[in-house]
Design a protein around this ligand. Sequence first.
Ligand SMILES: Nc1ncnc2c1ncn2[C@@H]1O[C@H](COP(=O)(O)OP(=O)(O)OP(=O)(O)O)[C@@H](O)[C@H]1O
Ligand SMILES: [Mg+2]
Length: 290
Amino acid sequence: MPSFRADDLPHTAGTLEPPERPAPPPDPQRLCGHGLRLGYDGADIVGDLDIDIPPGKITVLVGANACGKSTTLRALARLLKPRGGSVTLDGKAIHQMPSKQLATRIGILPQTPTAPEGITVADLVCRGRYPHQKWFTQWTDEDERVVAWALEATGTAGIAGRSVDELSGGQRQRVWIAMALAQETGILMLDEPTTYLDVHHQIDVLDLLVQLNREEGRTIAVVLHDLNLACRYAHHLIAMREGRIVAQGEPGEIVTEELVEAVFGLKSKVIPDPVSHTPMVVPIGRHLRF
Ligand SMILES: Nc1ncnc2c1ncn2[C@@H]1O[C@H](COP(=O)(O)OP(=O)(O)OP(=O)(O)O)[C@@H](O)[C@H]1O
Ligand SMILES: [Mg+2]
């Protein structure tokens, strides 16, 4: 479902909540989590996490499966109510902002979005415009222009009339990205947007994010599993393990063989990427001997 539907927030039942840590003073334009405690039914998945998404930059989150990347992203976009701590945007707690107002500021493509049955590509992408619509105006020329641009930018204009159900995994993923783009938010968060995409479309999508960042100053936060693409595209890389941040900063400053082993339990060689000169992680694997 579209990310701007915040009314079905999961509410976690908690007993003996520790006192909330007061949020630090406002820091304009910044999306931050302070002392976040996140979880579902059982134990906390993320405990006492401070996270900062720097404005005007591309932040990439990496980490092993189940370490809490999606959980963290969903809390930052108010799709998950924290058990403790707070998320602030421009210094204001996002859990107190009106849903529609928040949806004009933050767009998120979740890891596994679900589309209404039978919906067409064009209709799904049009739903991204919902936060911009006023009760007294109908669909505007501006809405039309943005949707056309989002379809074009993601290479989905040619399938606009097709039902989303019948698309390939990669086509469907690009349609969801188009919907997130149509929302036209200053902060755009994408959870594994390159999943299902062939290598050409992976690079296309990431280049599009760079374009949005450079030309429009949009703040981007994205989860990626491909460490080499993460190092190429991140201004700010956040490496997570078991619900905690173990390293963050410029990829060239933080990505080492030790970090890869600590985060993924994987032996590797880290060498300069011959194209981008950012770190390139070459896994060793068990079957090769050095
Ligand atoms: N809706 C849910 N209900 C209960 N537990 C959940 C739910 N979503 C995630 N979890 C659990 O929370 C933990 C963290 O999951 P999360 O999706 O944040 O991991 P992730 O780092 O995004 O992993 P991946 O790389 O596989 O996407 C996992 O143990 C997962 O089983
Ligand atoms: Mg995930």
